[in-house]
Design a protein around this ligand. Structure first.
Ligand code: GLN
Length: 531
């Protein structure tokens, strides 16, 4: 394909409609044939979401290069199958940072630095540079927020101008909107869509594709109505019907005729990696044996804080043909988990920070270890598993992580000397992909099927090397070490069905087509336990 094609995605009416998943689905459709590069633009002034509270922002997604990015990148990677990069998440924080640096360097010398043209040019150049560097066939730009938000105006204007730069044949605009069916009226309503498209057109963008998120498939009548009022061909309006299983969305878009619209606008051919994907979705639909996994942590009220963990469980269940049931267990103040974990087939203690809920997690871990319940500890989950093991198996009374107890006499989890010097909270962690070497004969090696592995990290603390020996002597296998053999990256307990911990976050690299090995191992052990 000679020239990069551009797809710009905006959203209207309200937030939370699933714009990220919708654009990831479109990317997924294109990705079997083309190199698709997703770009997400966020209007907030933080440079990245790394220091944001997950309650406000959902999960922080970490990339191989160590960038902490918006959780939509999770959808992109899972649907498009591409390993994303830091620059592909453009926030207003980054834009202003770059403009300010340029101004100080004297790049605008003599000029008044203005939103138009300077800021807009910078945004467009940023996008074009990605297209060039990545040799992208298709760049898929998702503009965060809802059309009409002040904070995204500059991105919208840049998106409008881009058409002039790249040529009308090389760009299309998609808009995700909401079609309510109000209670008692029982009719699909188009007004919110009309109003949101009006807002978009006021800004000079006419969409080529409108996806109407709705509890039902859109009727022909409403598609026609939206098409007429919003000035798109009727075929340009498709349903974004509510689904329980998000992996159906690309299949639904396809059957609604999205390829035709894309073909027509961009003159490219679309084909979904249909067969395997379709089969896995079918497995999920038809699965009968339920497997019940408890995710035990804090922030459990907001399930988005563990979005990738949840997805990774579904990926494995699709391959194992079991019905995934997930409960969230709040560990703050949890003393005796027996009641809460009744009927649970497996447990995950996910990543986390700070003291609150940590003792509750330790109680959960002890319960799993002593009762042979399949357990996966991720990052903080591994650290607390080591803490529990040190206290209750190795007999190291008062053993703790120095993150939650600075005065412990046995800091089995401690901050590394290198990390101690750092004061700034933003971006000071051990972030991104780190390699590890797996030990022969371990369950973990069996699951990965290779000795050299790599997972993405986001933490400050480590298993304290001083305690490696005593842990091992008591039956904890340090199943994977950093290549210099200093850091324990994976653990497993010998005398247990499945008691595994990982210092990295394997959920971040899991996808429907390639489930994360450690999640697969957990779900399989949970499933086998039922037979
Ligand atoms: N709080 C722990 C640390 O900083 C674990 C972090 C995590 O679970 N992501 O090391």
């Amino acid at each position: 394909m000679p020239k990069t094609k551009w797809i710009i995605f905006t959203g209207g009416v309200l937030s939370g409609l699933g714009k990220g998943i919708a654009s990831a689905s479109v990317g997924g459709l294109l990705s079997s044939k083309y190199r698709v590069i997703p770009v997400k633009c966020d209007g907030y002034l933080n440079v990245d979401p790394g220091t944001m509270n997950p309650i406000e922002h959902g999960e922080v997604f970490v990339l191989d290069d160590g960038a902490e990015v918006d959780m939509d990148f999770g959808h992109y990677e899972r649907f498009i199958g591409v390993s994303c990069k830091s620059e592909w998440n453009l926030t207003m924080g980054k834009v202003f940072d770059a403009v300010r640096r340029k101004e100080r360097r004297g790049d605008y010398l003599g000029k008044t630095v203005q939103y138009i043209p300077h800021v807009i040019e910078l945004i467009k150049d940023w996008w074009k540079e990605i297209a060039r560097k990545e040799k992208a066939d298709v760049v898929l730009i998702e503009l965060g927020g809802t059309i009409g938000d002040i904070e995204n105006e500059l991105f919208v204007e840049a998106a409008r101008q881009l058409k002039k730069d790249v040529g009308a044949k090389n760009i299309m605009y998609g808009h995700l909107t909401y079609v309510p069916v109000p209670y008692g009226v029982n009719e699909q309503k188009s007004k919110p869509t009309q109003q949101s498209i009006n807002l978009l057109r006021e800004k000079g963008i006419t969409p080529d594709l409108i996806i109407g998120r709705c509890s039902e498939i859109l009727t022909d009548k409403i598609k026609q109505k939206i098409a007429t009022f919003c000035d798109v061909p009727k075929g340009g309006v498709i349903s974004g019907v509510d689904v329980k299983n998000v992996y159906k969305i690309p299949l639904n878009f396809e059957s609604e005729g999205i390829s035709k619209i894309i073909n027509k606008c961009l003159r490219i051919k679309v084909r979904l990696r249909m067969r395997k994907w379709r089969q896995l979705v079918k497995n999920m639909d038809e699965a009968e044996i339920p497997v019940h996994i408890a995710i035990c942590g804090k922030y459990t009220r907001l399930e988005d804080s563990y979005a990738s963990v949840v997805e990774a469980l579904f990926h494995s269940s699709a391959h194992l043909k079991c019905k995934m049931e997930i409960s969230f267990v709040e560990t703050s103040g949890l003393k005796d988990p027996a009641e809460l974990l009744k009927g649970i087939d497996g447990v995950i203690v996910p990543g986390g920070f700070g003291g609150r809920g940590a003792e509750g997690k330790i109680n959960v871990i002890r319960y799993c270890r002593e009762n042979d319940i399949p357990f996966l500890g991720i990052c903080y989950g591994l650290q607390l598993a080591v803490t529990e093991f040190a206290r209750n198996v190795c007999g190291l009374k008062g053993a703790d992580s120095s993150e939650k107890n600075k005065k412990t006499n046995h800091p089995v989890i401690d901050i590394l000397p290198e990390q101690k010097k750092i004061k700034d909270k933003g971006g000071t962690m051990r972030l991104g992909a780190y390699p590890a070497l797996l030990k022969k004969g371990t369950k973990i090696l069996g699951l990965y099927g290779k000795e050299n592995v790599s997972e993405r990290h986001r933490h400050r603390y480590e298993v304290n090397p001083i305690y490696h020996k005593i842990l091992e002597k008591n039956g904890l296998i340090l199943a994977g070490m950093s290549p210099d053999k200093k850091l324990a990256e994976f653990i497993e307990f010998k005398y247990h069905k499945y008691f595994v911990g990982c210092q990295g976050h394997p959920e971040l690299k899991s996808s429907l087509l390639k489930p994360a090995p450690l999640f697969y191992g957990l779900v399989k052990a949970a499933l086998d336990g039922k037979k």
